[in-house]
Ligand binder design. Structure first.
Ligand code: SF4
Length: 366
């Protein structure tokens, strides 16, 4: 059982349950991918994503598995810029670049501040540079470093911040070392300095009571919008980091696909706090587009035996959901659905696949 009180005790709980880290070369990014996502005007923008190899994040969040691909020491001078240059050489051209470092870009242990100029040169020409940061690294001297980096790059700076959940007790139990006020202060700092904000919201974090989980996830998206986020990413919690797997099952509320779809639909449809986030088509068109994107999954679903007679009753439906979840969780991956207002909702492929199958069933195509 994770200690509810005491950050130091929670740190120990997380650390003791960890497995080994990956063996990484400090001069090489540990991954690089190319993808498309909406730009601020809603047009699809080719985007390079470079997963930087660097010093581990100083926090010990219960749900985090990013430490696996990190180092125990700071990288040598010039290594980060070299990682970026080499990674970009392997990718198609892009207009945006994400520099994701499994922590906080403005943590000087992670990304040496003396390297900023060289990094800025490496990303010159990109319209938008997206990095990630904990709110603790968006104030004081770290905030100054953030503004300096903004001034060095040619394009617009966007900072992704993990809100995780608006459930205050759960946020504390997750060991995020951040309050909702800290998040709001970080959002204000970024807005004040003309830096765009992206927000990560967890879909089903532990410690959020099951009956509140869907509402809480939706509130997270709406909170992101209310503080001016131009992109919001909804992320299911992954297992496999040790700490998450050690939590008693009853403390790990897992939303069913109906609730996940509801969060997606409500988030896109807007709500009492603001205008609709989408106004360019009915929900069914969203489903069709999702299915079009992931048509490739159909053979896998057939292999699972879930398409024929899909969802005849709730029990079977749950079984189907579980099967798809399991298969695609192992495979990993995300859906990205572009919206005109640049709300970006990423859910597990499982969700997309399940929605698509139901759409086809209900449409009489299966
Ligand atoms: S702040 Fe982010 S990177 Fe650091 S431990 Fe928490 S979730 Fe992981």
């Amino acid at each position: 059982m994770i200690p509810r009180d005491g950050a130091a005790a929670r740190d120990r709980f997380v650390l003791e349950l960890r497995g080994p880290k990956a063996v990484l070369d400090p001069h090489r990014a540990y991954a690089a991918v190319w993808e498309e996502e909406c730009d601020e005007r809603g047009a699809l923008a080719p985007t390079a994503v470079v997963f930087l190899t660097n010093h581990e994040c100083p926090f010990r969040c219960v749900m985090c598995d990013l430490w696996v691909n990190t180092l125990d020491g700071t990288v040598p001078h010039g290594a980060i810029a070299r990682q970026i240059r080499d990674a970009l050489a392997t990718l198609p051209p892009a207009r945006q670049i994400k520099l994701y470092n499994a922590g906080s870009f403005f943590d000087p242990q992670a990304i040496p501040v003396d390297d900023y100029e060289e990094i800025a040169t490496a990303v010159a020409g990109f319209d938008r540079v997206i990095v990630e940061s904990h709110p603790a690294f968006l104030r004081g001297v770290y905030g100054d470093a953030c503004r300096r980096f903004r001034d060095l790059i040619g394009g617009r700076l966007e900072v992704a911040v993990g809100l995780e959940t608006v459930h205050q007790e759960a946020l504390a139990a997750l060991n995020k070392r951040m309050t909702l006020d800290d998040f709001a202060a970080a959002a204000q700092f970024l807005a004040r300095h003309a830096i765009a904000l992206r927000v990560f919201v967890l879909l089903d974090p532990p410690f959020v009571p099951h009956h509140e989980a869907a509402d809480t996830a939706l509130s997270g998206v709406r909170t992101a919008r209310s503080v001016g986020a131009t992109a919001c990413t909804v992320i299911p919690v992954r297992g496999g980091n040790g700490a998450i797997d050690a939590l008693p099952v009853e403390q790990r509320p897992r939303l069913g696909l109906r609730e996940l779809e509801w969060v997606l639909q409500e988030a896109l449809a807007g709500g009492p706090e603001g205008p609709p986030l989408r106004n360019d088509g009915p929900y069914s068109s969203l489903l069709r587009e999702i299915f079009t994107n992931f048509r490739v999954l159909a053979p896998e679903l057939h292999a699972l035996g879930v398409i024929h007679g899909a969802f005849p009753d709730d029990a079977r439906r749950q079984e189907v959901d579980d099967q798809i979840d399991l298969a695609l969780l192992q495979r990993g991956g995300w859906i990205r659905h572009p919206r005109r207002v640049r709300l970006q909702v990423r859910l597990r492929l499982a969700i997309a696949a399940s929605i698509a199958v139901r759409e086809l069933v209900e449409g009489g195509h299966l």
